[in-house]
Write a protein of this length. Structure first.
Ligand code: ZN
Length: 62
């Protein structure tokens, strides 16, 4: 079965794609993809956002 959403010419599997921490959208080769890393409790936490809007909405301050 052909997935009509997978014709982006990228080999990123949707299973491996990060999800936006604010809205849950799968982020696959998005030009507006934002990544925020911060250290919490001595561990690096990485959060992905699909856009600056979601990043701001989630209160990320990086
Ligand atoms: Zn989002």
């Amino acid at each position: 079965m052909v997935d009509p959403t997978s014709d982006l010419g990228e080999d990123v599997d949707e299973e491996d794609a990060p999800s936006c921490a604010a809205c849950g959208t799968k982020i696959i080769q998005s030009p507006t993809h934002r990544v925020v890393t911060r250290v919490e409790d001595g561990r690096v936490q990485t959060r992905h956002f699909c856009s600056d809007e979601c990043k701001a909405a989630h209160g990320a301050d990086a």
